[in-house]
Design a protein around this ligand. Structure first.
Ligand code: ZN
Ligand code: ZN
Length: 141
């Protein structure tokens, strides 16, 4: 894989109405495509691609995302104006935050490395890739 100056630039993203913006100066720790029911319902989408970062590596600007406790100990954030989903934090991943890859300006730059919660995947969602599949949450290194 070759790197160009363009590809090494920090990733940026935000919500659809651009009230919430963020910058990601460091590479993600992990990227996944999550098939869990909770992500599906929260995003009204068949699956959600996430990039995991240290909280200090996500620089928010503009309007502060609104936070909602989607299940005990888990918090999802979204734009208070347009409702775009942005982030996920949970007590079981302290100090970390998932950023929805779909909220990036250039989401093609962060392909998922694996499927997680594949046991909850919609049966009609068949993706012809050879990425590893984990039935639930992947083993933590
Ligand atoms: Zn917005
Ligand atoms: Zn999920």
């Amino acid at each position: 894989m070759t790197t160009s100056p363009c590809n090494s630039a920090a990733l940026e993203g935000g919500c659809q109405c651009r009230a919430v913006r963020f910058r990601l100066p460091a590479p993600p720790l992990l990227t996944v495509l999550c098939h869990c029911r909770s992500c599906r319902r929260a995003h009204s989408a068949p699956a959600v691609a996430w990039a995991l970062y240290a909280q200090g590596d996500v620089e928010f600007s503009g309007e502060a995302p609104q936070v909602y406790e989607s299940s005990p100990g888990a918090r999802r954030s979204f734009c208070p104006r347009c409702g775009s989903r942005i982030g996920f934090e949970a007590d079981y991943i302290p100090g970390l935050i998932d950023i929805a890859i779909g909220s990036l300006d250039e989401p093609a730059r962060l392909p998922p490395q694996m499927h997680i919660w594949d046991e909850e995947r919609l049966p009609w969602l068949q993706l012809a890739d050879e990425l590893p599949r984990h039935a639930a949450f992947p083993p933590m290194a």
